[in-house]
Write a protein that binds this ligand. Structure first.
Ligand code: NAD
Length: 311
């Protein structure tokens, strides 16, 4: 036995760990439903990529409503689940106004139009969570130039447009609506794939690295405006995007192995990313700017965790 083995926590058996993972996730999801404390009171927010039933965008929309946002503008290019999301929010949080929009997050007219609509109807825009994203599946030699450009269009161009038009709207002041100073929070969903390799295809990872870069450069350009721009870099989260991987593992009885490569040794759920978005949207993060924040169980901070081995 090496001396390193003495300092590494031995942990539970794989079966016990899987059981405790499921219990922990259940606890996190239950806590997420607890009453809010009004952290987003008075804020007008736009969120993209809200259409997937298990997605980060939907969980965040519900979290923002729980925290008392004034008006949520919710966009997805797939309209199927938008009525259900609107009804879910309005039945639980009737004082929150909800507007759903079926549009492409990478369509400049749609994004500038939505920011203008918020200004017209509410006189202010406080938060833009640019979360819509798409993951390709092809290996390097099967990735066409068209797929590469599509990943850049959906993941990086959409975020650029959000930053450009949301920041213009956030520069508008309106004392009659309680906005005496410029400011706002723009949150972008990147990925651990945008930090290092091994978490996505070449085109997806490049597009998410672009997202991380856009946050830093835009924060610099928007200096002294009190507009903050940060990214969230999720690790492996069970959503519509990763659903097939989870389903396959469950069918094979290997669900307990999912997410083993990070120090927490488990996958995450959409509510855990929504909690990070809530922090960044609220004034609790008033001095957090230009950051790429990994919410990944420690994956990007560590060499791969190999259960039972250290080298
Ligand atoms: N799930 C993960 O493990 C993971 C990890 C890292 C990053 N992410 C990122 O998180 C974000 C949310 O993804 P998710 O995991 O909730 O996946 P999801 O597939 O469940 O949700 C993504 C949503 O974005 C919508 N969308 C896709 N392209 C769009 C477009 N051009 N315009 C408007 N809407 C569009 C989809 O219709 C869908 O509703 C994405 O940016 C994704 O890249 C996810």
């Amino acid at each position: 036995m090496s001396s390193y083995d003495n300092v590494r926590h031995k942990g539970k058996s794989a079966e016990e760990h899987h059981k405790s993972t499921l219990a922990r996730i259940d606890q996190i999801q239950t806590q997420f439903k607890a009453p809010g404390s009004g952290k987003l009171k008075g804020k007008v927010c736009i969120i993209t990529g809200v259409g997937s039933l298990k997605g980060i965008g939907r969980a965040t929309s519900i979290g923002f409503a729980r925290e008392g946002a004034t008006h949520l503008y919710l966009l997805d290019y797939d309209g199927t689940n938008l009525p259900n999301l609107k009804e879910t929010i309005q039945s639980q949080y009737p004082s929150v106004k909800v507007t759903t929009v079926q549009a492409d997050a990478a369509d400049e007219k749609a994004i500038s139009g939505l920011c203008e609509q918020a200004l017209r109807e509410e006189g202010r825009l406080d938060v833009f969570f640019a979360n819509a994203g798409w993951a390709s599946r092809d290996t390097l030699h099967n990735t066409t130039a068209e797929i590469f450009m599509e990943a850049m269009r959906i993941n990086a161009l959409s975020v650029f447009l959000a930053v450009k038009h949301a920041s213009s709207a956030m520069l508008q002041t309106n004392s009659s609506r309680g906005k005496d100073r410029t400011g706002g929070s723009i949150i972008l969903t990147a990925s651990t794939a945008g930090i290092r390799s091994g978490a996505g295809t070449v085109d997806y990872s490049a597009s998410k690295a672009a997202v991380n870069s856009i946050a830093k450069t835009s924060a610099y350009q928007l200096q002294k405006t009190d507009i903050r721009i940060n990214t969230i870099c999720p690790g492996l989260i069970e959503t519509g995007m990763t659903g097939a991987t989870f389903e396959y593992a469950r069918q094979r009885g290997t669900e307990g192995k999912i997410g083993q490569l990070n120090p927490l040794g488990r996958f995450g759920v959409a509510e855990e990313i929504a909690n990070a978005a809530l922090f960044l949207a609220s004034d609790d993060s008033s001095y957090v700017n230009g950051q790429n924040i990994a919410v990944d169980g420690g994956l990007s901070a560590s060499h791969p965790v190999v259960p039972g081995r250290w080298a």
